[in-house]
Write a protein that binds this ligand. Structure first.
Ligand code: FE2
Length: 329
């Protein structure tokens, strides 16, 4: 918890709060939050470590900077210098260490996604448990560990987005009232893995800062097929999840890819993941644009007629907006 401390301002230095996001090791120094012009509170300590839920809440409240003591600058640089990618790609790092890093990243990403919405404690805990189960399940077998490590090391956005899509897909699936618990979990797993095919694409295409060229679009359009190929012979990944991976860019109008199949033929859970995918992408800040608000994201999806299942679209305000912001339409 916060502990008010008095440290002379000239001994403190300001650091970007985003430096603590996706941290893959724990802090070895204390971190402070400014509570008035000459007062700070210790919010995380080197002995107890970071608390991701609280960190996500600070980010959500608009806190941009935290403070460290100048004497800890070297430790701070060490802390932010080690990225998930360096750990995952280092052949000398043990699988146990890689898995611990992955779980740590996962926990932070879940906390950050959930902090954006008013989710009750039980839903938050359930969601966290389900996603941890996927990650545990996938890290047990070398064939799936490789897939998940690829997902986590192909740029920060892809993993964050995968977690968010898993969570949003489960929320939407539950709201339809048409699935049992087991199926909701599978739809979440489909959301988590929907873009694994992207790990086979060049990073310049996946993280392109601007609109893609025609050539790049062609490459982009191959990711559902590539994803399917990655899991096709994998016994750990159920068939339902394979359909989701393969069909998450099909559109009811028939203008989607890879097969331009039409509404009734598209696997229903794939339609759910398609909306969760678009919603997560819209509310995220991208290199080429700012994040849209939840209201704006819903409006954009509502206006994209033919792109998404219209009955699912109608459910979005009730799922993602606070009651006072829902408009009767
Ligand atoms: Fe995709």
């Amino acid at each position: 918890m916060q502990e008010r401390v008095s440290i002379p301002p000239d001994q403190l230095m300001q650091v970007d709060i985003m430096g603590f996001r996706h941290a893959i090791r724990d802090i070895t120094f204390d971190v402070y939050l400014k509570i008035s012009d000459d007062n700070v509170a210790r919010v995380f300590s080197g002995s107890t470590g970071l608390d991701y839920k609280r960190l996500a809440q600070y980010i959500q409240k608009g806190v941009k900077f935290l403070f460290i003591e100048k004497k800890d600058h070297e430790r701070y640089l060490q802390f932010v210098g080690v990225t998930a990618e360096t750990i995952f790609k280092d052949p000398h790092t043990s699988p146990e260490k890689k898995i611990a890093t992955l779980l740590n990243m996962t926990e932070q990403n879940i906390a950050e996604t959930l902090a954006q919405f008013h989710v009750d404690e039980e839903t938050a805990n359930d969601t966290q448990k389900i996603i941890h189960n996927y990650v545990d399940l996938m890290t047990e077998k070398p064939s799936t560990l490789g897939i998940i490590l690829k997902l986590a090391s192909h740029g920060e956005y892809l993993y964050y987005h995968s977690i968010a899509v898993a969570i949003f897909s489960m929320f939407i699936a539950r709201a339809t009232g048409q699935f049992n618990k087991k199926m909701i979990e599978l739809i979440g797993l489909g959301g988590f893995l929907h873009d694994i095919g992207s790990t086979q694409l060049p990073k310049e295409v996946v993280n392109s800062p601007s609109d893609l060229t025609v050539e790049q679009w062609k490459i982009m359009h191959t990711h559902p097929k590539l994803g399917l190929q990655m899991v096709e012979n994998n016994k750990v990944i159920p068939e339902e999840v394979r359909y989701i991976i393969y069909q998450h860019h099909e559109e009811p109008s028939g203008h989607g890819y890879p097969n331009s199949i039409r509404g009734p033929v598209i696997y229903y859970p794939a339609k759910i993941v398609a909306i969760a995918d678009a919603f997560s992408a819209l509310i995220s800040k991208r290199p080429f644009r700012e994040a849209y608000s939840v209201e704006e994201a819903i409006q954009i999806i509502e206006k994209a007629v033919g792109k998404f299942d219209k009955d699912l679209v109608k459910m979005l305000p009730a799922i993602f907006l606070r009651p006072e912001k829902r408009q009767a339409s």
